[in-house]
Ligand binder design. Sequence first.
Ligand code: AMP
Ligand code: MG
Length: 405
Amino acid sequence: MPSFEESRKLILDNVPLMGTERAFLLDAAGRVLAEDMTAPWDMPRWTNSAMDGYAVRAVDCQGSVTLNVTGFIPAGASATTALRPGTAIKIMTGAPLPAGADAVVPVEDTEETGDEVRIEAPVKKGAHIRLKAEDVKGGECIIPAGTVLRPAEVGMLASFGKVFVTVFRRVRVAILSTGDELAELGDPLTEEKIINSNTLALAAALMEIGAEPTILGIARDNRADHAEKMLEGLKADVLITSAGVSTGDRDFVRAVLEELGAEFIFNKVGIKPGRPTTFGLIDRKPVFCLPGNPVSTLVTFEELVRPALLKMMGHERIIKPLIEATLLTDLTKKRLGVLNFQRVGIEVKDGKYLASCSGDQNTGILKTMVRADALALLPEDRDHFKAGDKVGIHLLGNHVDMLKG
Ligand code: AMP
Ligand code: MG
């Protein structure tokens, strides 16, 4: 049985990289750029004012002076007339600097009276001016392939008129829940049924990382229904199944996948929750079989599937850092020899992470997952952790904002 880290490596070594596509800039946000982007022009495109103020010649403003204001250049206008020596032109931020000027005096350092402006302090050549191309030279690489398009990158690409960019495709992931006990959300709920919540939870987890869920619905606990829906799911880039992967009489997931030609890379992992997690390939297509208890499903997705899908979509940073946290409560593991993920709440105090047990760690109990900010990784060789001990945690979510405003 592979350890947690071994299983994660086996997965990462076996998943393919997605192809690329042209995408509208906003649809590319959060995705990984697949081409080097070069600047089609200089930035700024023209030398312009960095402040609202007066365009002047620095030599005219050494000591207290009063200059005639001969024009006005608002943002968006062009500088049609040159600055005559010994005069000033009123100018707004971003407006092109008139020929002849070599500095801008901010309005707050001046006193305007009628057609004249008074400048007391000496002005330095180049003050409050943004030079043409001082940010970026035309032809320069502005964002290299492999970069995740965050808001800053989107803004920069937009500023260079890049409407479409080549990015890695979103991985399309088919989700199949299995079980006779399941009812779809919104369907009548008889006494024996529970709602198929795993499909929704997994779809939300996929959307969080920019993957595209395809919902296959429920496969009932018979081989034919499993096979039919799995074949449908194999049209996607990845298939994830939930439940039916243990050794119960009605657990058909592995058997049917095998009939469909799956090559299993592993069929259990040394983790809790998630021991029956199975990973295989059908025609090189990754198939993840996750256990059905709702916490097991989400924890195995988080720890084993998420990094793999990020890698497929071209991301390089795919594994969350193991952050050191100090325990505020005891944590007890039931079994030695497996890595145990425990749900913990997190507070941040004096820059330090403090973790406390979020409640009952039974894998059927979603409430304590809802309360959790992180998973504490309790190593294989230790079964008891006391308040005050240090543990490693993985924060949950893409953007984990811990502090109250
Ligand atoms: P199984 O692995 O099929 O024995 O399922 C284990 C348990 O997970 C079941 O008893 C259900 O309580 C739960 N479960 C299975 N599938 C789902 C699902 N799609 N949504 C919510 N809970 C589920
Ligand atoms: Mg079942």
